[in-house]
Design a protein around this ligand. Structure first.
Ligand SMILES: NC(=O)c1ccc[n+]([C@@H]2O[C@H](COP(=O)([O-])OP(=O)(O)OC[C@H]3O[C@@H](n4cnc5c(N)ncnc54)[C@H](OP(=O)(O)O)[C@@H]3O)[C@@H](O)[C@H]2O)c1
Length: 233
């Protein structure tokens, strides 16, 4: 896809991978609608921020309507990046916290994708990128909830890829290992550090996937840091 002049929604835009991606897409000449609960430190003529809690469908509907009012309905790229991880032993997991993570990491993707897809299908054009994780392929002790959400993202993505490819819509699911972002701020026992993947490099990889020729469809990409060292906080 030639990105110049096209329209993207990036969820989870306030920091981390989403913020780096928004900056790169703007550099490429895209119009970018950024969605998250808090606003990023980013001002640009082609950037439109709308606040949203991705786990609440009514808020996603409002963010979608605000985006369409600003840029129109011809969304070319949707990057489902918003998400977070909370870790605990299954029986000690608070039920509301469990449900909230599934709401944000999984239902949020469904809420926005179902709104964007009809237009993409009508135009027979679009690219959806979903952020799973290595945790979407492996299990981690105390990661039943987070791994559950990221395995769900993989299943959703694989199924959607098959559902929409004949409508000329691409679906790419990313499986990054540890990335040096705010993700680890609330994760006990692991501190983000520069031996992890860097958010701007992951963002660059997403841009690369978006820019591949129209007949080139990357359904899955697994990315790992070379020699990550975990620092206990
Ligand atoms: N960092 C890693 O090691 C790693 C590895 C594999 C996959 N991932 C995945 O990559 C994605 C981006 O994470 P990151 O590493 O960039 O972490 P991050 O720096 O913590 O950024 C997470 C983004 O998600 C947004 N978000 C969280 N809850 C939200 C909600 N309820 N509604 C709307 N937006 C919400 C945050 O914005 P607000 O807080 O302002 O709402 C923020 O912009 C996530 O899906 C994560 O699971 C991360």
């Amino acid at each position: 896809m030639q990105l110049d002049g096209r329209i993207a929604i990036v969820t989870g835009v306030s920091k981390g991978i989403g913020l780096e991606l928004a900056k790169l897409l703007l550099e490429k000449g895209m119009q970018v609608a950024g969605w998250s609960r808090t606003a990023p430190e980013l001002t640009h003529d082609n950037f439109f921020f709308t606040p949203v809690d991705m786990g609440v469908e009514e808020e996603v509907e409002k963010a979608y309507q605000a985006t369409v009012a600003h840029f129109g309905a011809d969304i070319d790229v949707l990057v489902n990046n918003a998400g977070y991880g909370a870790f605990n032993y299954l029986e000690q997991f608070d039920s509301a916290a469990w449900e909230k993570m599934f709401a944000v990491n999984v239902h949020g993707i469904y809420y926005v994708t179902k709104r964007v897809l009809p237009n993409m299908k009508q135009r027979e054009y679009g690219h959806i990128v979903n952020l799973s994780s290595i945790a979407g392929k492996n299990g981690i002790p105390q990661g039943t909830a987070y791994c559950g959400t990221k395995h769900a993202v993989r299943g959703l993505s694989e199924s959607l890829y098959r559902e929409v490819k004949d409508h000329n819509i691409k679906v790419t699911c990313l499986f990054p290992g540890s990335v040096d972002t705010h993700f680890f701020d609330e994760v006990k026992g692991t501190e983000a550090n520069p031996t992890m993947l860097h958010a701007d490099d992951v963002a660059q990889l997403i841009v690369h996937q978006l820019e591949m020729p129209d007949n080139f469809n990357t359904s899955e990409v697994e990315i790992r840091p070379m020699r990550v060292k975990y620092k206990a906080p």
